[in-house]
Write a protein that binds this ligand. Structure first.
Ligand code: GAR
Length: 206
């Protein structure tokens, strides 16, 4: 069976990358295969996870590239060279320009640790999202997988899952629960949905 080629872009721990590779193994992702992991951080543990899973890795930092344009040019070159069909931002902590998102329209998805449109946009990433949710006193939060366009966290929503906030939550506890109950489930599910659609589009073109 034909599979869509997936690149996962990471910056940190890579638990969402792990969820994707686990989902490949247990058949939740059937229509795609991760063939490339790109990091913008040389010390990202996600790179270790990729190596353990025998996935090709590539790393470029914005500092090494010298500018946003050059950074994105290098990444684009790698994506094209590897014939990538779907780009998954899984804890990728770098905002991408309109040039980049336009080039890969409906081919980039992102996982965000809140129920968009709450606690999202520029400045809302990682633990900060959960700190803001607790400061507001929300009783329910969650995670969202959405298409990526030029507006940070602004693209069309693909899947969402709600998670309860507990009274004694810390940002760290809440982050872990949102990952376990929502992110690690909806991200692989959304990847499969997108891969199925990409394969259908490709078939039509033939
Ligand atoms: C995840 O919670 C992800 O949703 C979040 O960073 C964490 C990365 O964890 N992403 C954002 O906040 C993007 N705005 P991971 O490296 O273990 O997958």
């Amino acid at each position: 069976m034909k599979k869509a080629k997936i690149a996962v872009l990471v910056s940190g721990g890579g638990t969402n990358l792990q969820a994707i590779t686990d989902a490949q193994k247990n058949g939740i992702i059937k229509s795609g295969k991760v063939t490339l992991v790109i990091s913008n951080n040389r010390s990202a543990y996600a790179l270790e996870r990729a190596k353990n899973a025998k996935i090709k890795t590539f790393c470029v930092t914005k500092k090494e590239a010298g500018s946003q344009t050059e950074f994105e040019r290098i990444i684009t070159e790698k994506l094209i060279e590897n014939e990538i069909d779907l780009i998954v931002l899984a804890g990728f902590m770098s905002i991408l320009s309109k040039d980049f998102t336009d080039r890969f329209e409906k081919r980039i998805i992102n996982v965000h640790p809140s129920l968009i449109p709450s606690f999202c946009g520029e400045g809302f990433y990682g633990l900060k999202v959960h700190e803001a949710a607790l400061a507001k006193g929300v009783k329910v939060t969650g995670a969202t997988v959405h298409f990526v366009n030029e507006i940070p966290d602004g693209g069309e929503i693909i899947l969402q899952k709600a998670v309860r906030v507990h009274e004694n939550d810390t940002p760290e506890k809440l982050q872990r629960r949102v990952m376990q109950q929502a992110e690690w489930k909806i991200l692989p599910a959304a990847v499969e949905i997108c891969c199925v659609n990409i394969l259908k589009q490709k078939e039509k073109k033939q």
